[in-house]
Design a protein around this ligand. Structure first.
Ligand SMILES: [Fe+2]
Ligand SMILES: [Fe+2]
Length: 292
């Protein structure tokens, strides 16, 4: 059941960030935590562009006006997220960390492997579209999880994390919490098969873990300021305990929630908190002023 009082009108905020003062290790003294979060800038530009690409194809299948409106709002927000993360990459390059060897692979992954296949109109084409719609719902379970995490990650403030990066992450995280029900409701509306939900979740989860640990290792190994940069699961686990990265236990506990037959994303995170952050986010406020 969707939570009606939780529903907000989804609008894209035309934010922009100035990266000039953001250091490479924007979590002071903790390159691993900074780079693990930096993996978002590698995955999201291509990933969220792909969401938009897939959803444009689903729009004609929606038979519910409110859901259509939500999906259109979702598309606008994701397009902006993709662009905002993309704009961090030239700054990383200026700081000596060229991300293009990795982003080239991610572009191939989303555009070719998960792109449109030359399928005849009909069952096969619909099957491939539904697989991707279900995959996006699974990924959005994690974007909402991460959004909720970063909104509450006070340890990052205590450690003096860069305010611009924190605002990017929290503006994005807040919009993820805001629109967290859309992808799942769309999947339930056009398909909703439980076996498909489980299958695509397993694939999405395994792929995310694989790409994430590879991305973190890529950054640690290529960081020009580190002599012997490494990334291990233990590093991740320890940061989770400290509160500068999501906790491993919290992540594991979120799995059965998504796979439960009574799952609905409105049970995760808090819309009021997201809306409250957006009302004071420097980037969101500047965007609002610019729009006015
Ligand atoms: Fe997003
Ligand atoms: Fe999202």
């Amino acid at each position: 059941m969707s939570n009606t009082q939780d529903r907000v009108h989804l609008q894209a905020r035309k934010v922009s960030f100035s990266w000039d003062d953001t250091p490479l290790h924007w979590v002071p003294g903790d390159p691993f935590a900074a780079h693990t979060i930096n993996v978002l800038h590698l995955l999201l530009p291509a990933g969220e562009r792909w969401f938009v690409h897939v959803y444009r194809q689903v729009l004609p299948l929606i038979r519910d006006e409110r859901l259509r409106e939500d999906v259109i709002g979702f598309i606008g927000q994701e397009a902006m997220h993709s662009q905002a993360h993309d704009e961090v990459l030239p700054h990383l390059k200026e700081l000596g960390l060229d991300p293009t060897p990795y982003t080239a692979q991610i572009d191939w992954f989303f555009e070719k492997l998960l792109g449109d296949r030359t399928l005849p109109p009909g069952r096969a084409r619909r099957w491939w579209l539904m697989e991707r719609v279900a995959t996006i719902a699974a990924i959005e379970h994690y974007t909402a999880f991460l959004g909720n995490w970063v909104l509450n990650a006070e340890e990052l403030d205590r450690r003096g994390a860069d305010p611009t990066m924190l605002d990017l992450l929290r503006w994005h995280g807040a919009e993820e919490v805001e629109h967290r029900s859309v992808a799942f409701e769309l999947f339930m509306h056009v398909d909703g098969g439980y076996r498909r939900r489980v299958r695509t979740w397993a694939l999405a989860f395994a792929t995310l873990v694989f790409l994430w640990q590879r991305g973190a290792r890529f950054f640690m190994e290529n960081d020009p300021t580190l002599v012997d940069g490494r990334a291990s699961f233990k590093d991740f686990y320890v940061r989770g305990r400290r509160g500068v990265l999501p906790g491993t236990g919290d992540m594991l506990r979120s799995i059965p929630r998504y796979l439960s037959r009574s799952y609905h994303p409105s049970q995760e995170g808090c819309t009021e908190q997201a809306v409250a952050y957006l009302a004071q986010s420097p980037a969101a406020l500047a965007a609002e002023k610019g729009a006015a």
